[in-house]
Design a protein around this ligand. Sequence first.
Ligand SMILES: Nc1nc2c(ncn2[C@@H]2O[C@H](COP(=O)(O)OP(=O)(O)O)[C@@H](O)[C@H]2O)c(=O)[nH]1
Ligand SMILES: [Mg+2]
Length: 216
Amino acid sequence: MAYRVDQEYDYLFKIVLIGDSGVGKSNILSRFTRNEFCLESKSTIGVEFATRTLQVEGKTVKAQIWDTAGQERYRAITSAYYRGAVGALLVYDITKRQTFDNVLRWLRELRDHADSNIVIMLAGNKADLKHLRAVSAEDAQRLAEKESLSFLETSALEAFNVEKAFQSILLDIYHVISKKALAAAEAASTPGLPQGTPINVNNFSGNYGKKSCCST
Ligand SMILES: Nc1nc2c(ncn2[C@@H]2O[C@H](COP(=O)(O)OP(=O)(O)O)[C@@H](O)[C@H]2O)c(=O)[nH]1
Ligand SMILES: [Mg+2]
């Protein structure tokens, strides 16, 4: 979803949160949109999405961030969740190796269901739990480079890099959108079709209905 409207905001961008259950997706969302954190483990905070409006390169951008209601536990995220998404924050827990190993599965899911131009950021959450670290930042960085993702470690608890992660996704989306808009404007300003060599149609008059290449 990347509508351009006139009043409260210039752009509305849909971003989806994905990753294994328990990695901190709902708390990343509540930290970013309400500056709240909840230590209790709740499977869902009960919102479908939350929004926050901010400035990106002088434009007012409304980020509409979608959270799973715990469906990731049953591998039952529907394609509606991904529909129209222009960005994704793929979260794992730096203290749980399995959640990092599953990143590739989540990428496959994104490639199957989301737009091919979607901007993806990998986030290693719970960076405050350094003594329990099970995934090095180097391993994650290497994976991110291989898969062409951006990467940050975050802590929803300490409000570390959460803002930066979303700012970075929104900026990348904005660049993708403006590049597309520019290409469309250029195409629209080019009058007619590209010039070619004139051909004399009479030379082809006997060829209608005939195959132009070798079979039979
Ligand atoms: N230490 C720490 N705990 C976190 C952090 N983010 C989330 N949690 C905790 O991890 C658990 C799961 O978080 P939640 O947001 O529900 O994860 P979700 O299933 O991915 O939505 C909760 O107990 C949170 O309090 C973090 O950055 N640091
Ligand atoms: Mg959740």
